[in-house]
Design a protein around this ligand. Structure first.
Ligand code: NAD
Ligand code: IPM
Ligand code: MN
Length: 346
């Protein structure tokens, strides 16, 4: 059997609470893992001013994968931990695919009337290293009435091509073989044009994949009233961020939404994390649902070649979710982790 080297970054708020349950399930699944924990986040920032020291980043490169809880804390100015820790990890480790399944599991309540699991099963392939997140822009005359703030979206032919190809591969491997580009080509004419031309060009290599296009405003609407439209979506960094929170809400809540920051070329470790943040409003109370993190662990296992174990973890989650109809919620973070771990251990 196999052993993986895993870096763990619990982070802030509920991050540590949900990561503990993810690791519990990993252990219950019988996965041999050598884990090293890194105390990055608000506490370390307050103690030393450090967000992501270069030495830590270099160490992280040596792992098979990274499991992250969440970062961000009300005591730290917005953007410090988000940009200098989380986004820096995504950029430095070249996580150009931010993989975000949006899937309604049987038994899970959705706010969408009449929507069944077969109507809501998609994968959002969110670009992870470019777009508005790249940090291009600046400010002039800050604090004056003449202030001008610009924030530009960076889109390279190289960057768009590689994520679009990944999305086509994903679509090709799924039964419906449908890929939808989501953008705003009617307004963002430079970037939108690059994305649209790239999808057109690559589509020739995937004759079995049907391609489709949706403006992001319309796509947001279809996430609520026509979820069956979507199979695989490819989109830029910010649109993907926003769409996947809508996706989480319609597929049972942010506590269930998993993600992977993937480097498909495997030049550095991929990083798996729940879509949600550090939830300062419920931190330390045992109220956080660890399911998103546990499903992220399943994605991690799949990525490191343990597909069969990943499937067992996902099935245990699916069984637990089905059971919630009967048992109801009201379980603490740790109890949900215990129950899923018990199912995985079988
Ligand atoms: P959030 O996801 O932390 O919380 C939004 C709402 O969802 C809150 O009411 C919260 O209680 C609830 N929630 C989140 N996770 C939950 C869970 N597992 N179970 C039950 N309820 C859950 O988003 P926010 O409030 O906008 O951001 C809080 C902080 O987290 C900010 O600093 C933000 O920058 C950061 N953040 C980090 C990440 C990340 O690390 N990947 C993602 C999003 C936000
Ligand atoms: C997410 C978060 C991050 C993002 C923030 C915290 C930088 O919202 O993982 O979805 O915008 O990507
Ligand atoms: Mn987000």
């Amino acid at each position: 059997s196999s052993s993986i080297r895993l870096a763990v970054i619990p982070g802030d708020g509920i991050g540590g609470e949900v990561v503990a349950e993810g690791l519990k399930v990993l252990q219950a699944a019988g996965v041999k893992a050598e884990t090293v924990e890194y105390d990055l986040g608000a506490k370390r920032y307050h103690l030393s001013g450090e967000t992501l020291p270069d030495g830590v980043l270099e160490e992280l490169r040596g792992f098979d994968a990274i499991l992250l809880g969440a970062v961000g804390d009300p005591s730290v100015p917005p953007g410090v931990l988000e940009r200098d820790l989380l986004l820096r990890l995504r950029f430095e480790l070249d996580h150009y695919v931010n993989l975000r399944p949006v899937k309604l599991y049987p038994g899970v309540e959705t706010p969408l009337a009449g929507v069944r699991p077969e109507d809501l099963d998609m994968i959002v392939v969110r670009e992870g290293t470019e777009g508005l997140y790249a940090g291009a822009g600046g400010v002039l005359r800050r604090g004056t009435p003449q202030e001008i703030a610009t924030q530009e979206s960076l889109n390279t032919a190289f960057g768009v091509d590689r994520v679009v190809r990944y999305a086509f591969d994903k679509a090709q491997a799924r039964p419906r073989r449908k890929l939808t580009l989501v953008h705003k080509t009617n307004v963002l004419t430079f970037a939108g044009d690059l994305w649209a031309r790239t999808v057109d060009r690559v589509s020739v290599e995937y004759p079995e994949v049907t391609t489709d296009y949706c403006h992001v405003d319309a796509a947001s609407m279809f996430f609520v009233n026509q979820t069956q439209r979507f199979d695989v979506i490819v989109t830029d960094n910010l649109f993907g961020d926003i769409l996947t929170d809508i996706g989480a809400a319609v597929a049972g809540g942010i506590g269930l939404a998993a993600s992977g920051n993937v480097n498909p070329s495997r030049t550095s470790p991929s990083m798996f994390e729940p879509v949600h943040g550090s939830a300062p409003d419920i931190a330390g109370q045992g109220k956080a649902d660890p399911t998103a993190t546990i499903l992220s662990v399943a994605m991690l296992l799949d990525h490191v070649g343990l597909g069969a174990v990943a499937a067992r973890v996902e099935q245990a989650v699916a069984d637990d979710l089905l059971g919630r109809q009967v048992a109801g919620s009201g379980r603490q973070t740790r109890e949900i982790g215990d129950d899923i771990a018990a199912r995985v251990a079988g």
